[in-house]
Write a protein that binds this ligand. Sequence first.
Ligand SMILES: [Cu+2]
Length: 381
Amino acid sequence: MFTKRLVLSMIFVLSILLAACAPAAAPADIVQRYYEAVNAKQLDTAMSYIADDVVFVNPIGVFSGKDSVRESLQIVMDEGITFELSNFRDTNGRIVYDYQVFVNGEQVETGTDGLTVVREGKITLDATERWEWKAYVTNVAFTADDAGFSGPDEITGGWVTISLTGEGQEPHHIQIVKLEAGKTLDDLKAALTADPESYPDWAKSFGGPNAPDPGGNTSAVVNLPAGRYALIDLIPDAEGVPHFQNGLMKALTVTEPAGDSAGEPQADATVTLDDFSFSLTGELAAGEQTIRFLNSGEQAHEAFLVRLEDGKTAEDYLNTLPGEIPPGTSLGGITGIAPDDSQYIVVNLEPGTYALYCFLPDMASHTPHFALGMMQEIVIE
Ligand SMILES: [Cu+2]
């Protein structure tokens, strides 16, 4: 005879079995519960959905690890930022959704590429599809003063952000050059001393950050295969001597990219460099923009980007007299890239007029490319 007690204990066992067999919360549910906790300013509950190796990318910055994410969430909550998510698309725990961002109830942003990745029930990435690469890209910092470059001697390859801080009196840039056939920095110096306008066939230009204003900082996102490289500065000093002759040369070893390295950035707009013009595809807006530079010409080209002072033209900036400060602010851009290559910069654009220049010499006439048409103004509304 079944006793009431036996029945109760069977139900108890059954409920434990059911709980153990219950499917884990779907990744999209975890994303939803997490954002509900954020909106309700329940920091500890929100953090309970976060993996130890989490990365967040948002307009405030890139945050790696739980402590750093907790700090960024605290800012979000303090600022009264809330989110509304809809239209979830789940591909194996990679959840893409539409989103609206509110500050104190007022909508400030919407998007359709919200991205949260859930692995084993925890959030490992929170970003947008457009910013995903930023979560994994390596940042490598160099400094240039008037005597030389400083920075690492060896980095991991793949897509990396190379940044440059200018600490000298003069502007400096980084031209990355890949050295083949066992050639060295000294071989490159000797070759460029003999012919400063073209690279030997064992050297290939790989771009890099163009010159910040003295005291400033610029960066470029470049894709570097493993190999041996030279970083050189081709900008001439007041006597017309290129800076690499005065010590601005550095060897760099690039090792094989890691398996989980960053993907290619997604650009807001593309600037095509041709023989001899700049053309813009897509639209650049005010705010943070990712710009792709694509060389579709037959020669190497660079893109030096300047925000002009109000009322000044691209020519005014070039026609600055020696000793005068040019009427504009450098945003960098990229140094020379080979035909068919592309490279990216991430810059914060304010409304105003910008100018692009290529200073590389034409192989036939030796005329600088800006004088052949590679000087272009762009207006940002
Ligand atoms: Cu050019």
